[in-house]
Ligand binder design. Structure first.
Ligand code: RIB
Length: 338
């Protein structure tokens, strides 16, 4: 079998130092003021001989793999998919590649995925954490691994996180429904102790408490299987015929809610007004278009990767953790106007 070429072989063949070849192959030629002519000569030779750097050997030698581990709830969910894509683009422009995966909000699966990322010597982590992995993340931090949480945080873990102002967003949207004259307003959400879901529920309660209206909350068990969301939703809407408005706590609950409302022949907004968290194409196409809280997808992705790159490019571990809270937009449409 043909012997694998090393950086030493290349350096000897070109009569150039091993260090210079290494800088060129690691994208540091400009930083090290290596001439474009020499860069061109090395890269041309490397291509001619078909040299493939051994990434694992490199990461063991340099302590860097230039890989970031990205863990989201469900990579097929448009919210997480759009953020993951933006993070991937920014990371690549800064010399990093992304490995991403879905936690399904499952603690054990998340634990296994963190172990997999450790085996791959990723340089840093971006995680939308399920509950129950506080110890695993604290262990990463103790080992000097930068970890940026997003979409929700873990109160018992002191690390950087990026969230939106969930509580104000649902408070404001519920106040809007009240100002439109709705009085029997339900909040339908996933049963979850995650910080963003708890804050959304609290914002709804705060708005209703101010107006003295009775809260009506339906918490559905988180599930990828839409039938297991639509079933309880159908039962709930059939049972609560006195409702005049429904607020869906996430895009996933909202899209299932629209399907159920259609199947029950409910007219929007005359029978039931609607608001949903997460602005989503289907909400704009529904008739009438659905009033929705839009999360700043680009700002979330940009904040997450900027914080992580700063950690990766700064040797000092003594930068205090950042908590970045971003604002949402409230897009009022026909589904919440009588
Ligand atoms: O499914 C995506 C939704 O759940 C978004 O609201 C996001 O914030 C996550 O919490």
């Amino acid at each position: 079998m043909k012997k694998k070429l090393s950086i030493v072989n290349i350096a000897q063949s070109l009569n150039v130092s091993k260090t210079t070849v290494s800088f060129i192959l690691n994208g540091r030629a400009q930083e090290k003021r290596i001439s474009p002519e020499l860069v061109e000569r090395v890269l041309k030779y490397v291509e001619e001989v078909g040299y493939k750097p051994n990434s694992l050997a490199k990461s063991l030698r340099t302590g860097k793999s230039n890989i970031i581990g990205l863990m989201v709830e469900d990579i097929s969910n448009p919210f997480f998919a759009s953020i993951a894509r933006l993070i991937e683009d920014r990371a690549y422009k800064n010399g990093y590649k992304i490995i991403y995966c879905s936690t399904d909000n499952d603690t054990l699966k998340t634990r296994e995925l963190i172990s997999m990322f450790r085996d791959r010597h990723v340089d840093g982590y971006i995680i939308a954490p399920p509950e129950g992995i506080e110890d695993d993340i604290n262990s990463l931090l103790k080992d000097g691994m930068p970890v940026v949480l997003f979409d929700r945080h873990l109160p018992d873990v002191s690390t950087d996180f990026v969230e939106i102002d969930n509580l104000f967003s649902t408070y404001n949207a519920t106040k809007h429904l009240i100002q439109q004259g709705y009085k029997n307003i339900a909040f339908v959400t996933f049963a979850s102790g995650q910080t963003q879901m708890q804050a959304r529920l609290q914002g709804y309660y705060n708005a209703l408490n101010e107006s003295g209206y009775k809260p009506v909350v339906q918490e559905i068990v988180f599930n990828q299987n839409e039938d297991l969301i639509m079933g309880p939703l159908t039962t709930f809407l059939k049972k609560n015929k006195n409702l005049d408005a429904v607020f869906f706590g996430t895009n996933h609950v909202g899209t299932c809610g629209l399907k159920v409302i259609n199947s029950l022949g409910i007219k929007v907004p005359s029978d039931l007004a609607l608001v949903s968290f997460d602005d989503y194409d289907v909400f704009k196409l529904f008739s009438p278009p659905v009033t929705a809280i839009a999360q700043p997808i680009e700002a979330i992705a940009d904040s997450v990767i900027t914080v992580l790159l700063n950690r990766l490019n700064t040797s000092s571990q003594h930068i205090s953790s950042q908590s970045i809270i971003l604002k949402t937009d409230f897009n009022i449409r026909g589904s919440s106007k009588p």
